[in-house]
Ligand binder design. Structure first.
Ligand SMILES: Nc1ncnc2c1ncn2[C@@H]1O[C@H](COP(=O)(O)OP(=O)(O)O)[C@@H](O)[C@H]1O
Ligand SMILES: [Mg+2]
Length: 418
């Protein structure tokens, strides 16, 4: 049997609205008495006649207080009380056990089962109703107290969060300001550096340029001397003249290389989407044309797409393929491979040969002008790789090499912005 004294659908646990009390007793008469007592006081009363029914009811309908008779057939009051107090969502609901039995023992049992209060039915229904009211009041104070504490805690958390956010914003602003300052200083330093570099380049350009004329004089007058009086000289003196002429030729090559380096640094950069393959094969064809005695197997991968200045790309390959060509001169079956690999999310183009190679331990200054790892057995000025680095860096890329003495070399470079 389940009857509600009122069909209000408001939330029984709200602090407004009427409070709802579940009264559980097998004795229908007593149930009626208590119910009307509570209703008179303005409570909603839900009635149940057994522990089982009370539990079923509580599962679907929360109440503000449970009044439970100890002696019931089936699930008795103590066991019902235990079950209610074990349910996490019901644990806080005040529960009063009532009985006709008196005595310490039964009272201790009731509190042991989790009851919030214990009352003797003999005291009269008005006293029982007063106990119910007292429990509901206690519960309300507890709830209000908890709500206030939660509100406080929340506002404290909010204040802490706001403080943290403010500190973060301040730190960020300070950092941004510092960054802006450093950037400004850096830009200044960069401008100074660029100006110094320009001056240095202009200087080396004019020095190289101005050295050409006197060098040409030395060369041509020495050649005239050789032609005019060469036959009258002894062998040793003629050898000296030949060496002077060879040295002027070498110096002329060095000056040309320096001028090329400064040209590469100064020429305007015009990037266009370019397939590097045809540029590489043009370089190879030129090398073959110049040296028909050599058979070099060259493979060029398809679609070597990059965004480059095509003229600088040509100079780049002139140097790198030129080196691969030169340093494979002494191997039986020379091969050169030109391709692209993916390294660390970056496309790196490479030129690989199976030539003389070099010792990586000595390669620290490989890309510095005039730095050579081989002697006169391979002709050269040592400026080629400096040119390569300039070209790659002007495109925002990096260049590096991998080699082993006697086991060929691979030169890699990146051209970001493709
Ligand atoms: N493919 C290569 N194999 C072996 N050594 C190389 C290779 N490319 C460059 N090198 C080494 O790096 C040096 C510098 O190269 P580079 O600047 O082009 O000068 P150069 O070709 O005039 O000697 C070379 O003298 C050589 O020792
Ligand atoms: Mg070279």
């Amino acid at each position: 049997m389940l009857r509600t004294a009122s069909d209000t659908s408001s939330d029984s646990q709200s602090t407004l609205g009427p409070k709802r009390v579940l009264v559980v007793d097998a004795d229908l008469t007593y149930l009626g008495t208590i119910a009307s007592e509570l209703q008179t006081d303005g409570y909603d009363v839900v009635q149940a006649t057994s522990g089982e029914q009370a539990i079923e009811l509580l599962a679907v309908q929360p109440v503000d207080c449970v009044l439970l008779d100890l002696m019931m057939p089936g699930l008795d009051g103590l066991e019902t009380c235990r079950r209610v107090k074990h349910a996490p969502n019901l644990r806080d609901t005040p529960l009063i056990l009532m009985t006709v039995r008196e005595g310490r023992e039964v009272m201790l049992e009731a509190f042991g089962a989790g009851a919030d209060d214990f009352i003797s039915k003999g005291l009269g229904s008005d006293v029982v109703a007063a106990r119910v009211k007292a429990q509901i009041r206690r519960k309300r104070f507890g709830d209000e107290h908890r709500a206030v504490r939660e509100r406080l805690l929340r506002s404290e958390t909010e204040a802490t969060e706001a403080r943290a956010a403010r500190q973060l914003a301040e730190a960020r602003a300070a950092l941004a300001e510092q960054l802006a300052r450093s950037n400004f200083e850096l830009a200044g330093a960069n401008r100074e550096l660029a100006a110094a570099n320009r001056e240095l380049e202009a200087f080396s350009y004019s020095v190289s340029h101005d050295l050409r004329a006197p060098l040409r004089s030395i060369r041509s007058f020495t050649q005239m001397l050789e032609e005019d009086v060469g036959s009258t000289l002894d062998e040793e003196s003629r050898g000296h003249l030949t060496r002077v002429i060879a040295a002027t030729a070498r110096m002329s090559d060095l000056i040309d290389a320096l001028l090329e380096l400064s040209r590469i640094s100064r020429v305007a950069l015009t990037r266009t989407p370019t397939d590097l393959g045809p540029i590489a094969s043009a370089v190879v064809e030129e090398l073959r044309g110049r040296d028909r005695t050599r058979t070099v197997e060259v493979t060029i991968a398809p679609r070597l797409d990059a965004s480059v200045d095509p003229r600088l790309a040509r100079a780049l390959f002139d140097n790198l393929i030129g080196n691969a060509w030169k340093f494979t001169a002494q191997v039986a079956a020379p091969t050169i491979e030109i391709g692209v690999v993916e390294t660390g999310g970056e496309r790196a183009f490479f030129i690989r040969d199976n030539g003389a190679g070099f010792d990586m331990a000595l390669a620290k200054n490989l890309f510095t002008p005039f730095h050579r790892l081989h002697g006169a057995e391979f002709a050269g000025t040592g400026v080629g790789l400096a040119n390569v680095r300039r070209i790659v860096e002007r495109h925002g890329g990096r260049v590096w090499a991998q080699s082993k003495l006697g086991a060929g070399a691979t030169f890699y470079f990146t051209l970001p912005g493709h």
